[in-house]
Write a protein that binds this ligand. Sequence first.
Ligand code: PEP
Ligand code: MG
Length: 594
Amino acid sequence: MQDNSQITLQGIPAAPGIAQGPALVYVQRELEVPQYVVSPDDRFGEVARFESAILRTREQISRLRTDVAQRLGENEANIFEAHLLVLEDPALIEETIREQSAIGLNIEAAFQRVVRRYVEAFSQLDDDFIKERVTDIRDVARRLMQNMLGTQPSAQSPAGDAPRIVVAEDLSPSDTAAMEKDGVLAFVTDMGSRTSHAVIMARSMGIPAVVGLHNAVSQIPNGSELIVDGFEGTVVVNPAEETRTRYGRLIQRRKELQRKYESIATLSSLTADKKPFILQANIGGPEDVAAVRKSGAEGVGLYRTENLFIRTDSMPDEQTQFEEYRKVLESLAPLPVTVRTLDLGGDKSTSQYRFSGEEANPFMGFRAIRYCLENPEVFKQQLRAILRASAHGKAKIMFPMISSVEEMAKARAILEEAKGELRHRGQRFDEHMEVGAMIEVPSAALIVDLLAEHCDFFSIGTNDLVQYTIAIDRVNERVAGMYEPMHPAILRLLDMIFKQAKAKNKPVSVCGEIAGETLYAPLLLGLGAHALSASAALLPEVKYFVRHMRMDAMEKVAKEIVTQPTAQATRAMLKKALFSQLTDLENHPDDVVR
Ligand code: PEP
Ligand code: MG
């Protein structure tokens, strides 16, 4: 009998919001396959069971294919074509039947052995394409095995029926991309951290998330009722009546606050002492444009262009990229859109770009601008597409993961080549498009004055800057507790960046996740940030708070804060200095900043 008593799991609060609903457990553990002797007379019965499971599996995959094609598009559906090919592979079928006869055990035991042999043989081949097929074989074999065993198929479809809370060991950015905004209420994972890209995507989709739970998959039964608190990082399984009521009230309260924040979203961005500030949005493609408009953002501070590559699992050609970028620029014109060039690597990859899995330290490896400089044709193709799109709106361009002056100079030289090619073709582009660098590697932070000679602006990527400065892998849940943007070293580094850039008269924005947090945002403005860029969903709340604060107070606290010895002391000081000003807010800040 299932135990229905309430349990509470504590993880890392990753994306804000509270959700309540049934769990959809995304299990990827080995299935338990029974083994028993089958007499030779029953052999045909075993083969018949195998064949009818193949038929059932074929029907399921075909249904899934049609469903995904309708909901998400042909590209996403193609994966299921590959699954059908594996399922109908005659070698796999014949070998299983032969194996059953040779070992005299049930058909599931024979099938399991054959699949293991296939997977082992394929995994040893040094060919990325074949290695990819191993994933297909595993998926199909699992589904077929479940059909033979008569167990519930696990949640392998990204297209669930009723809205659910997805519970998984880990989710990749492509898993998250495949989640429909309305189909998933929240997600909780055993692995991951606040700045893994799957989480960043969840945040921009407005989906609450709790990560780094270690054993949620083994503790949460499929279908059980859950409450996910993305502010506190808690997941309540089988909530008792009293817990439901308490969270019901919180959900209600959150809705009211959100309405209040949204009511000021399009009002002017002026502090209480009438100083202007700029809030911009981080986006992943044209699908985010509507949210940008609704949020009141004054443009886009970070357009993560790799999302198109991940979403389509391809290297889109120049025309495809151009059309995508143009859509964004045209629909947001005259607002500026800062287009970041390809940042694949780390936790983001596509089938054509799969170095990360093979690198011991993918975040410090062949990532972002490093990949582009080594592949100038791929890079130029993207640069031409961005340049052409710049004729249809207000574009700026920036390069990710710059770590030296040489890299910046090389990237600019390739940009000049791309411009030359367009002139030769007679295609229009904005000759005055500004060019900037992301400051997200400590070596770049230390030479902002030198980089300034090659840059029109800077944008600080704190997600990476924090991981590289404190040596905390941003996707490793074991050290996620040490990921601390308020570490005194980070604050000193930020202070240095702003001062160096100011001396060179170059604007600096911040586009890491902390720019969208109510506690950090005023500090960043006080330190000298020209603009803050974050997920559109977070901007109204930030605006609400900053509008109630004085810029001179933010600047004062920013000066004092760099002397604080610990993150804890910094946070306490910030809360005291900034939130004490919020006397005209009806809500106590501790209630609002959860
Ligand atoms: C960052 O590193 O802070 C950033 C904005 O870029 P990304 O999260 O895409 O690495
Ligand atoms: Mg980054």
